[in-house]
Design a protein around this ligand. Structure first.
Ligand code: SAH
Ligand code: SF4
Length: 361
């Protein structure tokens, strides 16, 4: 059976090698070549027997998505558009900082959840990305940027905050996470890998049990009435259930807090009253807040809150002893900031109808 080896997490790689009559340590060797060394040429895998190399050349490949275009921001942020076939392309963003390099990874071509302020949501949903397409973003970006002077890869942190809802592409997201965490692949610590979700409650429980990593939850509103409008999946999993799911997640999480993301929309969710409501809502949940200045996109129905409003909002939360940061806007000159990722998605699904059905389910 032939296969794209980027599609396999460590367990699946061993299973595939077993099918070929090969020992498990061979699978680990190949994992290291592909993910640690960034190698895609079987001939270069010098510690494999020639016969195994020949077999791999015949039955396997290492195929990441193809880059279609690249944009570089004045602040060092880099964005790539990656072709994922059938007329779709997704975006990956690299954000360099003093002590770390963060890659913001996409998990779906488009998104079905249609949050009111999100450019990806406006594209509709096309399909889930495969494991190879998710981990391929990390594999490819590391190779593209290259190792630093000490021989280290540039990407030290991954956030699943690109296009799509990771927890609605659960299996492939978890396979990609397993590769990020595995010592024979990327060896990142669970605390340096973050899944961001709009609040798919049952999948949060599964993630906790199967592959707990740092968790960010897109909150954006302090009450159900407003959240139902801004984050429509709230109609299915309202705030009381979401807060309970956060508490359950923390029982097994690598960090002892949840990060609540909160996009600041002028005149919509940014008053001091909203901040006080948030304090009451999250009273029992160990958390930090990350305020995100709204990033506009064409036809966006909202405006960014003033920095004065953001500061006042932050002060109210801080006075209640909630650690609150304001996210720096990175890469907005190349439309690479949060929520600006549009990629190129052919919405072949009847999106509105589908969402309505899903929410009723
Ligand atoms: N689907 C997941 C992850 C991708 S979105 C989720 O919703 O969490 C990553 C983050 O960017 C989320 O917190 C999302 O709400 C936020 N975001 C979306 N559109 C935005 C915009 N226009 N400006 C600022 N942040 C936005
Ligand atoms: Fe989807 Fe997240 Fe955008 Fe909502 S904010 S539409 S869940 S990508």
């Amino acid at each position: 059976m032939s296969g794209n080896l980027l599609d396999f997490d460590p367990g699946q790689m061993e299973a595939w090698f077993a099918e070929q009559g090969e020992k498990p340590f061979r699978a680990r060797q190949v994992l290291r070549w592909i993910h640690k060394s960034g190698e895609d040429d079987f001939d270069a895998m010098s510690d494999l027997a020639l016969s195994l190399r020949a077999k791999l050349k015949l039955h396997a490949c290492v195929a990441a998505p193809r880059m279609v275009s690249e944009a570089n921001s004045g602040d060092g942020t880099r964005k790539w558009l990656l072709d994922v076939g059938t007329g779709n392309a997704v975006e990956t963003v690299f954000i360099p900082e003093e002590n770390r390099g963060t890659l913001c990874v996409s998990t779906q071509a488009g998104c079905a959840l249609d949050c009111a302020f999100c450019s990806t949501g406006k594209q509709g949903f096309n399909r889930n990305l495969s494991t190879a397409e998710i981990i391929g973003q990390l594999w490819w970006a590391n190779r593209e940027i290259g190792r630093d002077a000490d021989g280290n890869w540039p990407i030290t942190n991954v956030v699943m905050m690109g296009m799509g809802e990771p927890l609605l592409n659960f299996d492939n997201t978890v396979s990609a996470l397993r590769l990020m965490l595995d010592d024979h692949a990327y060896g990142l610590s669970r605390r340096r890998v973050t899944v961001s979700t709009s609040g798919v409650v049952p999948a949060m429980d599964r993630l906790r049990d199967e592959c707990p990593v740092a968790l960010a939850v897109s909150l954006h509103a302090p009450n159900d009435a407003l959240r139902n409008v801004l984050v429509p999946i709230n109609q299915k999993y309202p705030l009381r259930e979401l807060m309970a799911a956060c508490l359950r997640y923390l029982e097994k999480a690598p960090r002892d807090f949840v990060t609540f993301e909160y996009v600041m929309l002028e005149g919509v969710n940014d008053s001091e009253k909203h901040a006080r409501e948030l304090i009451a809502l999250t009273r029992d949940v160990p958390c930090k807040f990350n305020l995100i200045p709204f990033n506009p996109f064409p036809q966006a129905p909202y405006r960014r809150s003033s920095s004065e409003a953001v500061r006042r909002f932050r002060d109210v939360l801080m006075q209640a002893d909630i650690v609150t940061t304001t996210r720096k806007v990175r890469g907005d000159d190349i439309a690479a900031a949060c929520g600006q990722l549009a990629g190129q998605v052919q919405d072949k699904t009847r999106r509105t109808q589908r969402i309505a059905l899903e929410l009723q389910a």
